[in-house]
Every structure is written in C-alpha cells, then in structure tokens.
Write a protein that binds this ligand. Structure first.
Ligand code: NAD
Length: 378
C-alpha cells in the first residue's frame, strides 16, 4: 500500500494516486471572481472534516495540492488527539494574501464550502483573516472560528496557551514525578499570543523563565511581570540554556540536528506547529534522553475551542477538554516507554486507535443513527 508521503514524492503520480489516503478532493474554479482553491477531506470517520483555509502564492497547482493533502491528513490526527467529533480536512486558496484578496472571492469560496453540505467546516489559517470569513459566512453556515459577535468562541490563543501549560505539567510529571512549575526553569522561544500567556502562567506559579523574542516590547513586558525570575537571551542562544523544559512558541523546525546537539533541557513541550525538522528527529531526541511532547497534542486547545463553537460556544466545556491534554500526553509517554518507541510514533498510534474505535462504533449503528453532522444547523 502506497502511503501519502510516498505518493507526494512521486513526480509522475496522478491526482488520484496522490489522494491515496484521502476521501475527497474538490478543485474550485470561479471564473467571475478568479477564485482558485482546493478543498481536501482526508477522513470523516470521527465526524465532518474540520480545518482552516490557507491562502498563499503557490508556485504551482501541484504545490498547492501537496500542501492541502499533507495539512488535511495532519488535521485528522490533531482532531483525534484533541478528542473532538471531527475528522481532518483543509483548504487552500491560490493567491497572494496581500494582493489577490477580494470580498467576492471569499463569497465564492463560501459557496463551494456550502456545496459540501456540512462535510467540511473551515475558517482562518495563514494568509486569511476573520474579515475574509465574514464574507464567506454570507454564503454558508459551515464556518468555524467565527468572530465573537457572530457566535464565535473568541481568542483561540487563550485555550492554546492553557493547553501548553497542561502539556508542560504532564512532561514535568513524567520527567520529575511531580507537575509543579514552582522552582523549575523553562526556556520559552517566542512571547507572542501563546508564549506570553504561558510565561505569565509559569511565573504566577513560581517558576523561572528564560525567554527570547525579536519583539523588544514583549521582553520588556515580561520583565515587568517576572522581575528576577525572568532572564532574556538572544534568539540563537535559547537552545543551549540550562533549563528543565524547552517551550517553543514561535515557529516550526526548531528541533533539528544543530539544536539537538546543544540542548541541555530534559523535555520539550510547546505550541509551535511542526517542531521536528524531520520525523527522524524524534528518534534522535529519544536517544539523547529528551522527552518530546508531540506538538499536535500540546497545541490542541485552540482547535478544541473552534470545534466546541459548532455546538454553541461554551468556555467551561472548552476548559474541561483542554485539561485532558495532560492525560493524553501521559498516555502517550507511558505507551512510548512500554513499547520502546518514540513519543511521536506513540501519539500517531493513539490517534489511529481512536479512529479505528470510531469506525467500529459507526458500523454498529445503522446509518440513520450515525452522529448527525449538521450540529446546530439541523
Ligand atoms: P505569534 O505570531 O503571536 O507569536 C510568535 C512570536 O514569536 C512573536 O512574538 C514573534 O516576535 C516571535 N518570534 C518570531 N521570530 C522569532 C525568533 N527568531 N526568535 C524569537 N522569537 C521570534 O504566534 P502565536 O499565535 O503565539 O503562535 C505561536 C506558535 O504556536 C506558532 O508556531 C503557531 O503556529 C502555533 N500555534 C498557535 C495557535 C494559536 O491558537 N495561536 C494554535 C496552534 C499552534
């Protein structure tokens, strides 16, 4: 059986060969507005596909297809890890977000989303904004992560940051036998929407932080809050600091051959997407005795909030589910230890088991009794 990774590498693979693991791919072309987009639905075993819409000036249709196939598969795992009743999907709009956006394009895009009749929910991602989706919402109800004034759950970096704190605590529990932040030292890369809140929380619980950011204002702000519990270092020096746990909250690819060689931390748990430069780096971390909390579990808080919105936004429900990131990580750490595999592999297997369990459950019920997908739109 050819995998998605193998099929994407093959130059000669047809579109159907490339979507070997996907249920459905919709190519959208609207002559009137110039919209060109691709919607990929990877797997709807757990529920309708959920995933953001990225707008980027892809060099070719093939690059856009590769991106949407890869990202939508990632969403299947992310949704399973977050234990939300959604499957994986993603959409991409081909174009420069700074030059090629028009309200009409996003309305046309909304019509394509609507044509899937609830099989796919989308919202903002890199290159798209809430304003874009206010346009799409004129054409479809299947938009998630809405502005608060349209029934949305609000700033998703709040639950994401909370999830990171639970991720750091679970990693601490596995490493040190207690999940106290007090007295421990954490390196934080990036004091943006997520990293700043995580730093505040750690300081409030009596931990110390070593931080870096290219934004001087954020550094000044955290110094004001934490005083002597805050140390600021240059961007490149963050990897080699003497600390307990590294919390990457800026960009991906930060776990690579160069950084691993300098790490002195015992664990890594942060919000940045795609932290491993290559999947083999999870094995390199394991060999070095550094415990890696898989990024897509740690940063699931925002997704939990977006998914919850489709039942009618409820902060208490979001909080409860986000807390569960702690338990999912402990399950992954235990399984990895037991099977002598990396935590990244253990995380993937946990998600695949959740999906397989859902498949069995779905075949037990008659079609009529299967979970209804229209949520509050029924
Ligand atoms: P953000 O843009 O608000 O913050 C990123 C921070 O990193 C900024 O303060 C920026 O100045 C800093 N930064 C950039 N380059 C740097 C460098 N070289 N050295 C040090 N700092 C640098 O983004 P965010 O919303 O806080 O998200 C952080 C990460 O978490 C991103 O990778 C994002 O994809 C991921 N993530 C975020 C959410 C969410 O809900 N916001 C959800 C899932 C994943």
């Amino acid at each position: 059986m050819v995998t998605l990774e193998q099929s994407l590498k093959s130059e000669n693979a047809s579109v159907l060969d490339k979507m070997v693991e996907h249920e459905q791919v919709l190519f959208c072309n609207d002559k009137a507005t110039g919209l060109q987009a691709i919607i990929a639905i990877h797997d709807t075993t757990m529920g309708p596909a959920l995933g953001g819409c990225r707008m980027a000036p892809y060099k070719s249709m093939d690059d856009a297809l590769k991106d949407v196939l890869r990202l939508s598969k990632g969403m299947t795992y992310k949704c399973a890890a977050a234990d939300v009743d959604f499957g994986g999907g993603k959409s991409v709009i081909i174009g420069d977000p700074l030059k090629d956006k028009t309200p009409e394009k996003f309305r046309a895009f909304g019509q394509f989303i609507d044509s899937l009749n609830g099989r796919f929910y989308t919202g903002t991602d890199m290159g798209t904004t809430l304003d874009d989706f206010v346009q799409a919402m004129k054409e479809t109800d299947y938009i998630a992560g809405k502005p608060v004034e349209f029934g949305g759950g609000g700033d998703s970096s709040i639950p994401t940051a909370l999830g990171v704190v639970y991720g750091v605590k679970a990693t601490s529990q596995a490493l040190f036998g207690n999940d106290k932040l007090e007295g421990k030292t954490f390196t934080i890369q990036g004091l943006g929407k997520v990293g700043f809140k995580v730093a505040e929380h750690i300081l409030a619980e009596g931990g110390n932080v070593i931080v870096t950011d290219i934004n001087e204002n954020a550094l000044d702000e955290i110094r004001k809050i934490g005083g002597s519990s805050v140390k600021v270092v240059a961007s490149d020096d963050i990897y080699s600091q003497d600390a307990d746990i590294f919390i990457p909250c800026a960009f991906g690819g930060v776990i690579n051959d160069d950084t691993i060689a300098t790490f002195k931390v015992q664990g890594i748990a942060g919000s940045a997407n795609n932290q491993l430069a290559e999947s083999r780096h999870s094995e390199v971390l394991r060999e070095k005795g550094i415990l890696y909390a898989p990024d897509y579990i740690v940063n699931g808080g925002g997704l939990i909030q977006v998914a919850d919105e489709l039942y009618g936004a409820n902060p208490a429900r979001v909080l409860a589910k986000t807390q569960n990131i702690y338990n999912s990580l402990l399950e992954v750490f235990t399984q990895a230890e037991q099977d002598q595999i990396t935590t990244a592999t253990a995380a993937d297997r946990m998600c695949e088991k959740r999906i397989a369990d859902a498949k069995n459950r779905n075949s037990f019920f008659s079609q009529a009794k299967r979970p209804k997908w229209n949520f509050k739109h029924q």
